[in-house]
Ligand binder design. Sequence first.
Ligand code: SF4
Length: 467
Amino acid sequence: MCGIAGYYSREGSEAVLQVRQALYSQQHRGQESCGIASSNGQNLRVQKAMGYVKEAFHEDILEKMPGFASIGHSRYPTRGTSEISNTQPYIIETLSGPIYAIASNGDIVNYDEVADELRIKGVHFSSKNDGELLGRFIVYYHERENMKITDAIKLLMSRIKGAYSAVFLTRENLYAFRDIYGFRPMMIGNYGRDIAIASESCALDILRVENLREVKPGEIIVVTPNNEFYLDYFNDPLIADQQKRSYKHCVFELVYFARPDSAQFNEYVYDVRNKIGAKLASYDDDIPVDVVIPVPDSANFIAQGYARERGIPYEMGLIRNHYVGRTFIKPNQSARDESVRQKFNPLKDFFKGKRIVLIDDSIVRGTTIRKLVRMIKGAGATEVHLRIGSPPVTYSCYYGIDTPTRGELIANRMTIPEIEEYLCADSLKYLHEQDLRDCVKESDNFCYACFNGKYPIERSGDGGTSC
Ligand code: SF4
């Protein structure tokens, strides 16, 4: 995962301030590190830091990088080390100085193959990050093979397989492009004559952006001082043979990652989650319970849909410390264990003698939910029935939400009755894949590979460091 943003100002606003605001609104997409690059027409400047956007980018830092165009990135590490060298945006220097910057969200599946090809041509890499690969590919073909930048990006779409939603900055122009499957979201809109880009619509709502739409899979958008150009290569013969003529949006974005106030892939996120809750409720007609509670925050709307459908009270029995961050995003198991204890606390006396339906969006490793079931029972609940708003996660993701091995996935190691016992739940039910499909409008345009192993793109090599 990761959050990206771009802003091109023609109305006199400081682009870096807008990008910082957009990244701040998307902090949930990546909390490990962040970076912002800007152009004033002469120079590109970049600032990067570990940690949260709000702490990293005070006004005094941004004042040193004024400009009319800017891009930014907040990182969620799926692979690669937690260090500043893996933080984006990447600046690419030429003999003329630092004149290109790139930030991307996703995961390249043929990283090794493409990086080796570029190395043979004399290209050097300073990291194993996917964003750098995309940037160096474009710059090589633009600078050394005299291609227009848009042609280099089109060639990139034909050669580089995987998930990428990216913003690319030169001294004059801002580019935005998205892989032909559209795995990761990317939105564009305008504020007067300014152009804004972000991973999620909630970021652009906060910037008061209008005419909001998705950057289409296979589309390149070029923003110049006077105009915008929209190039749609989804059906281009150069890249058509590697695609299956349908998008493959990540359905997990709607289930878990995106903010509920975002619209993604032509769906309102909160709406999809409400529908998932109603589907789960339809499995449960006979279970007498007193109250429905969500694992906050991502399961809130699923629990709301469930409670409404069954006519059972919906309560917030677990209180989440919002300053701890997402446990799934923490880089290692000990950090995740510590976060769970710090992150959730049950309301005192709330659970005593109650039969609970506990709703979560998904179970990946099972660590968090196991602790929560024990915590709730320890607080006096007589029964805890678990309902999960997605099918069992049995395969790793290679398109931007990596779980390093299948062995870490609890549903790959255990049957549902075994998981139920391991979690100390009184019952456990997952959403069926067909019901998840029924909750989205264009179900064939989604990827469900982490549930069914049907990967839209085959993977080769060990890959680079995804964001
Ligand atoms: Fe999303 Fe799962 Fe597909 Fe990865 S494998 S893109 S998490 S649906």
